[in-house]
Design a protein around this ligand. Structure first.
Ligand SMILES: [Zn+2]
Length: 368
């Protein structure tokens, strides 16, 4: 087939992908200038005719490589520039990739036959990834200054929506962009959600935190028994109502019972608000009860759940209206992000067990 495309010989800058028609082989003039600055190389003297080859030669010298062929010099320069951008992104998850590129750089010598690329990349892709991380860092800074207790719903939603570019499932395909997007998402959950939105919801923050897995690792199951959680339970109407219902049902004729004997699979608990609602979604309750002489009860039990952030979409059904801003965001926007982060393996489900032991528990009566 005849190809009439005039652009077939058009040169595009390897870094920014914009067309250019200067004599250089790899970069437009603007990008070349920027590269001198980025790599902290001194500007070429006036008499240097080709500033691009001069850049490549300087990069080679900096790597203690001399008498390289032109091809090797160009290839070395690209790898070296890529490595520089990756270093600037400063993500631990990139360490593996950086190591491979460093190895490839070391393998380029005047004696080497071929240029080996253990890891292949387009410089333009790395450049784009770098720009994404710059934008992301700016947004994180802004989000950190938000007071989530006291924010307008629209503003909050907009802030979070601006972040949606880091939840792009198509970036998962390539190894380098996967690592970068994984890192941004990981930071988002750690800083924005755990350190920001859920700052005053200690249990939810802890559970989400445990759900964030390091690259390639599975989160460990969690057993929780502490004062903070005890207090949450003691304050929860849903929890106290459930205890009342079960104690009245099974403790009428006896001073001692084990719920397991009657409810083999435990009893479902659906919390209606606050920290517990954000933490537990389909929790099951088990407990043993012993009656004291003064009609109080000693209770020992546990609440079991599989923590899964992608189940936040159910939040809206249960939550009371007071918490609408956060609940709304968590159950819509963040839930969608959570689904993507689960695909990436940033967020992983695990089993959580909350243990409790209450002495002299008095059945609580709430006024309607
Ligand atoms: Zn360019």
């Amino acid at each position: 087939m005849e190809n009439n495309d005039n652009n077939i010989n058009e040169k595009r800058c390897l870094l920014c992908n914009k067309p250019y028609n200067y004599k250089y082989k790899m970069f437009g003039r603007g990008c070349l200038d920027n590269l001198y600055r980025l790599l902290e190389l001194s500007k070429p003297p006036k008499f240097i005719w080709n500033k691009e080859t001069y850049l490549c030669t300087q990069i080679a010298w900096r790597n203690h490589k001399f008498f390289l062929s032109k091809n090797k010099k160009y290839s070395l320069a690209q790898k070296y520039i890529a490595l520089n951008y990756l270093n600037r992104m400063n993500y631990e998850f990139l360490d593996d990739i950086k190591e491979k590129i460093t190895k490839d750089i070391n393998n380029i010598s005047v004696f080497s036959r071929n240029i080996v690329s253990t890891i292949s990349f387009e410089l333009n892709d790395i450049y784009k990834l770098f720009n994404y991380t710059q934008k992301f860092n700016e947004l994180v800074k802004e989000l950190q200054s938000i007071d989530w207790e006291d924010i307008d719903e629209k503003i909050a939603k907009n802030f979070i929506k601006n972040m949606s570019f880091i939840f792009d499932i198509t970036k998962k395909i390539d190894l380098i962009s996967y690592a970068v997007f994984y890192s941004m998402q990981y930071t988002f959950w750690q800083v924005v959600v755990i350190g920001g939105m859920l700052k005053d919801k200690k249990l939810s923050a802890r559970l989400l935190s445990n759900s964030l897995s390091l690259l390639g690792k599975k989160p460990e199951d969690l057993t929780i028994q502490d004062k903070v959680t005890d207090e949450l339970l003691m304050k929860s109407r849903v929890f106290n109502d459930k205890l009342k219902e079960l104690i009245e049902k099974y403790g009428k004729e006896t001073d001692m019972f084990d719920l397991k004997d009657y409810e083999k699979d435990g009893v479902l608990l659906k919390f209606e608000g606050g920290d517990l609602l954000y933490s537990l979604h389909k929790a099951t309750l088990f407990f043993k009860a012993i009656k004291n002489e003064d009609n109080t009860w000693n209770l020992e039990g546990e609440i079991n759940d599989t923590y899964d952030f992608t189940e936040f979409k159910d939040l809206k059904e249960y939550a009371d209206n007071k918490e609408s801003v956060l609940t709304d965001i968590l159950s819509t926007l963040l839930n969608n992000f959570g689904v993507i982060s689960s695909e990436y393996g940033v967020i992983k489900p695990y089993d959580v067990k909350i243990k409790f032991k209450f002495s002299n528990y008095k059945i609580k009566l709430y006024e309607e």
